[in-house]
Design a protein around this ligand. Structure first.
Ligand SMILES: Cc1ncc(COP(=O)(O)O)c(C=O)c1O
Length: 440
């Protein structure tokens, strides 16, 4: 049912002999390629199932959310609608834990315009997997030596820059390169600050080989109730664009919006958008399903979660009342209890904060996590799950349809229990959990 559709993650991964992580043949330092657990090697029944059909579905939902909404009156009939903003999917951190090569391949085939990653290493991983569409390296860090910049060009990647020195470094390569300039309009994290902007613009104007293709910023509060900060950031962004144009620069692709920004703020869509979490089927804000986005349009279908994390019961025991379990004995049975042990722990990305708080699904019914989540194992109270036994499927994230019912545990629910955000829930599923790809 879950065929292995990811050749780069199979047991045919390069061995040490030809592993790029072990240095290049000519001795030149190379950017490290990440490596992951190979599903074919997995013995344990714990795995993350990645539904590529749902990923494609979410892409279509986002495309529809971007359709221009020009009112169709006779007066506007003749006016061509503005083109739809392009989607550049954010696949950093191994595509939010889903496995970047398989996700990128699926999105590329589905016609996405471009991809964004944080690291040069992540971009190279995608190029090595055969991805041909533009890839933006958002982190803007290319290493202290020239090799990083050489790799950037050799792999036809799009660098993000925010310092005048980066322009000079790229110009020193003596080859044409298109860049996106990141400006800080209020995130206070990465991007040219207003005071640094003139220097970067001057450096660009003086370096004809470094072409300004894109102008970008990042929204800090697009998921807030109050969109005032977002509006302010967009106003600053457009003032910065005007300064760049006045200096003779002509960025073709302006982009600012993450998932929340693109779904909630029409003015943030510009020429391209950078959704991450929404592609993976998680609403970027509590209660914000795609259907609630932008009240001016017809409801869109809900996004579909792409990842499901499941394991199986490997041990069950019946305890008398008053028994304590797990490290620190943090849970005690208040009645005669049936406790299942499941081989997934915090080293797999199941947060310790879920100890005595979170849930799992067994036979289609919700069962509480009891005792402390340990490194490799977690206990689940299946007293109220009649018929539970060894080998039963246990779902920690996603839906389960079983003999006792149907339920779902969302990344947002886990985040609430663990005191974090769904982004962290997804990206925490560690490399020890093999990804299996489902092509419905
Ligand atoms: C610069 C940048 N753009 C876009 C995104 C995508 O954000 P989201 O996952 O909220 O859509 C991120 C992710 O954090 C980001 O850092």
């Amino acid at each position: 049912m879950f065929p292995l559709a990811e050749p780069t993650m199979s047991s045919t991964d390069p061995g040490v002999g030809n592993d790029p992580n072990h240095g290049d043949h000519d001795g030149a330092p190379r950017v490290l390629r990440p490596r992951r657990a190979a599903p074919a090697d997995a013995v344990r029944p714990t795995r993350a199932e990645v539904n590529l059909g749902n990923l494609r579905f979410n892409l279509r939902v986002l495309e529809r959310a971007l359709e221009p909404q020009a009112p169709r009156t006779p007066a506007t009939e003749a006016t061509p609608a503005a083109p739809r903003a392009a989607i550049w999917g954010v696949l950093k951190a191994d595509a939010y834990g889903h496995g970047a090569p398989a996700v990128a391949r699926t999105l590329e085939r589905a016609g996405i315009a471009g991809l964004c990653v944080a690291l040069l290493e992540e971009a190279i991983e995608l190029r090595s997997a055969g991805i041909q569409i533009p890839i933006l390296v958002m982190g803007g860090y290319y290493g202290p030596r020239r090799e990083g910049l050489e790799e950037l060009l050799a792999n036809d990647l799009v660098p993000v820059i925010y310092h005048a020195e980066q322009v000079a470094d790229l110009a020193s390569l003596g080859r044409p390169v298109g860049v996106h300039l990141k400006v800080d309009t209020g995130m206070g994290r990465l991007g040219a600050a207003p005071t640094e902007l003139d220097g970067v613009i001057e450096a660009l104007a003086a370096s004809p080989s470094v072409r300004l293709d894109g102008l970008m910023t990042h929204l800090a509060c697009a998921d807030d109730d109050d969109l005032g900060t977002t509006e302010e950031q967009l106003a600053r962004f457009s003032a910065i664009e005007a300064r760049a144009r006045a200096a003779g620069l002509t960025p073709r692709i302006r982009h600012a919006a993450n998932s929340a920004g693109m779904l909630r703020v029409a003015a943030a869509r510009l020429d391209a958008v950078r959704p991450g979490i929404a592609l993976f089927g998680v609403p970027p804000r509590a209660g914000l399903g795609a259907s609630e986005a932008d009240s001016t349009r017809a409801p869109l279908p809900e996004l579909r979660p792409v990842m499901r994390v499941r394991s199986e019961i490997v041990s069950v025991r019946d305890l008398p009342q008053g028994e304590r379990i797990g490290y620190g004995h943090t849970w005690q049975s208040a009645r005669k209890s049936r406790i299942a042990t499941v081989p997934m722990g915090y080293a797999d990305g199941l947060s310790r904060h879920l100890s005595n708080r979170g849930h799992a699904l067994v036979r289609g019914r919700r069962a509480p996590i009891v005792g402390a989540v340990s490194m490799d194992l977690t206990m689940v109270d299946v007293t109220d799950v009649p018929g539970s036994r060894l080998g039963d499927e246990v779902v920690f994230l996603g839906a389960q349809d079983g003999p006792l019912g149907k339920d779902v545990i969302s990344a947002s629910e886990i985040a609430d229990h663990a005191g974090t955000i769904p982004w962290e829930v997804l990206t925490s599923i560690s490399r020890r959990v093999p990804r299996f790809y489902r092509e419905p």
